[in-house]
Design a protein around this ligand. Structure first.
Ligand code: SAM
Ligand code: SF4
Length: 336
């Protein structure tokens, strides 16, 4: 008997889910202060989805009408043999956008191969242009290596390159203009992400370090006249974009605190352990790994699990910046 499945994924609030963020590892070569604690325990290898299992998940979503996949982590490019996952993903019919979010540390080596494998969009995190400070914020990162990675991505000619910056008061807020100017010099986009209360971090008080998108816009406007660009969701997700005259660079703001975009949410996430998370700010989830490893597994049982999961996608998140995080998951576990 053949099962027929819907060609699109809809949740109970009539939001179409057409974008999946797949975390391919919870591990990372950095320990950014807003993302991880200094000492982290990572998932044991056998609990992490194999590259073949991740491919099955991607295939199921694409057959259910998902047109965009972003690979993330942890640091996706520290996963062994990652290209052996990315190459077949690049061949998946129906997948229009294959994107990756990276800290840039491996890009000098991998950018050309990623582009060749079909990755068309890349986001690279960059929070400081000062080597010592960069090291402090990432705890392990080497700024020169990351800048070389960004330049390698530019040389590889991805359709879209965006820098992601998290600005913390008292840490790097004095670099907002430098980061914008760096992006403008290279003709690439930049987005500023408000810090989200994911995971218990030990290094700073999130409420005190919080820098709103409005504050950042005011800083940038002191040097650049910002012109708002249309549709806030469009193909780009929750970033609100601005442009400055005479430059191709778009400056985006992702503001989960100051601007709630839940009513437009089109995405779900899959953790490295195969947990399908229906919302960044809630714990509603479905264990896809259990489906993948159950006796009698077929692609259809996986698709059925995904369709059923749409019924529990929450209406919205409730982030608060108090000391106790709403969500104990770290961003690297969530797949940022
Ligand atoms: N390692 C890759 C990187 O850093 O780009 C991909 C994973 S990382 C979790 C994805 C994005 O989430 C990065 O741009 C990072 O700056 C951001 N991020 C991490 N923790 C965050 C937090 N608590 N609040 C807001 N953004 C966060
Ligand atoms: Fe690693 Fe990215 Fe988290 Fe930094 S933000 S610790 S690079 S996963």
């Amino acid at each position: 008997m053949t099962t027929t499945f819907p060609s699109v994924l809809m949740d109970r609030f009539q939001r179409r889910v057409d974008y999946v963020r797949l975390s391919v590892t919870d591990r990372c070569d950095f320990r950014c202060v807003y993302c991880m604690a200094e000492d982290m325990t990572f998932a044991p290898k056998q609990q992490v989805l194999s590259l073949e299992e991740i491919y099955e998940v991607a295939r199921a979503f694409v057959e259910l009408g998902v047109g965009k996949i972003r690979l993330t982590g942890g640091e996706p490019l520290v996963r062994n043999n990652i290209l052996s996952l990315i190459r077949p993903l690049g061949q998946l019919r129906g997948l229009d956008q294959l994107a990756i979010t990276s800290n840039g540390s491996q890009l000098q080596r991998l950018a050309p191969a990623l582009h060749e494998a079909g990755v068309n969009r890349i986001n690279i995190s960059l929070d400081s242009l000062q080597p010592r400070r960069f090291r402090q914020l990432t705890r392990h990162g080497n700024l020169d290596q990351v800048i070389a990675g960004i330049d390698a991505a530019i040389a590889a000619r991805f359709a879209s390159i965006r820098l992601n910056a998290v600005i913390l008061k008292g840490r790097n807020e004095d670099e907002v203009l430098d980061l914008v100017n760096f992006a403008m010099q290279r003709g690439i986009d930049i987005a500023f992400i408000e810090e989200m209360p994911l995971g218990l971090i030990d290094e700073h008080n999130r409420a005190l370090s919080f820098c709103s998108s409005e504050e950042l816009r005011t800083i940038i406007s002191s040097q650049h006249a910002l012109e708002a660009l249309g549709d806030p969701m469009g193909q780009e997700g929750p970033a609100r974009y601005f442009r400055t005259a005479g430059s191709p660079t778009r400056i985006g703001f992702i503001s989960p605190h100051s601007h709630n975009f839940c009513h437009l949410c089109n995405r779900v996430r899959v953790t490295a352990e195969g947990r399908l998370l229906l919302c960044l700010g809630n714990e509603h989830s479905v264990d896809l790994r259990a489906i993948l490893r159950a006796p009698g597994y077929t692609l259809d049982t996986l698709k059925r699990g995904i369709i059923d999961a749409m019924a529990i996608k929450p209406e919205r998140h409730h982030f608060h910046l108090d000391e106790t995080p709403d969500i104990v998951r770290f961003m690297n576990t969530t797949g940022g």
